[in-house]
Ligand binder design. Structure first.
Ligand code: UDP
Length: 203
């Protein structure tokens, strides 16, 4: 779909429904597809952070998770259509996974939260195959404490679980950086950086 530049971040001009269709096509592909969900704050941060801007612009689907982005686009000839929240798209992804029988891995949140989230998913979406889960405080995520051994262990855990979809909730921009750094190593079809969605699902 068409991308609209908001302060240099190329955001897809789509509705939630369009985004769902993109996810379905990603799930039918044989490649890994990244979904980023920047809000206004992150786009503002990317203005002065070339690295963050360029990695967001590598996203296969970049949804406008902030009404401020929609307002900012109104000065364009072709404005964004609506706010598409990362948590809303994530819930639709669960519906799609339940309808089509896909498997999911939940990465992120404080220790214990991803487990509660997966239990809630199991109750509500009986056809989703929960491939696995892991909290978001493994050492590789601590800035200045790069521990590639522990980080690779998380990659191995995910790959052994063979998920179709990976939810990555490490907070922004950590989750985007983690996805960009590791996507080539992951065997899955859809990877979405979705912030506090794990906390929402855990309730
Ligand atoms: N989080 C995590 N690892 C980290 C930092 C954050 O798993 O190193 C999780 C946190 O527990 C929460 C989610 O990331 O579930 C979103 O965090 P936060 O609210 O700080 O991020 P934002 O809403 O700003 O994206």
């Amino acid at each position: 779909s068409e991308k609209i530049s908001i302060l240099g971040v190329n955001v897809d001009k789509i509705t939630l429904k369009d985004a769902e269709e993109r996810v379905k096509s990603f799930l039918n592909s044989n490649t890994i597809n990244t979904i980023y969900t920047p809000n206004t704050e992150i786009v503002m941060e990317a203005r002065n952070n070339q690295e963050l801007k360029s990695l967001l612009n590598k996203g296969d689907l970049v949804i406008p998770d902030g009404i401020g982005l929609v307002y900012a686009s109104k000065i364009k000839k072709k404005p964004l259509l609506e706010r598409v929240a990362g948590s809303d798209l994530s819930m639709r992804i669960l519906d799609i996974a339940n309808d089509e029988g896909h498997s999911i891995f939940i990465l992120g949140g404080k220790p214990g939260v991803a487990q509660i989230a997966t239990e809630n998913i199991k109750k509500k979406y009986p056809n989703i195959d929960i491939a696995g889960y892991h909290h978001g405080y493994f050492k590789g995520t601590h800035i200045g404490h790069k521990n590639h051994e522990e980080e690779n262990e998380v990659i191995n855990i995910i790959n052994k679980a063979k998920p179709d979809i990976v939810f990555v909730g490490l907070g922004a921009p950590k989750q985007e950086q983690w996805i960009d750094e590791n996507k080539e190593k992951l065997n899955c079809k859809v990877i979405i950086g979705n912030g506090g969605t794990v906390d929402i699902i855990a309730g």
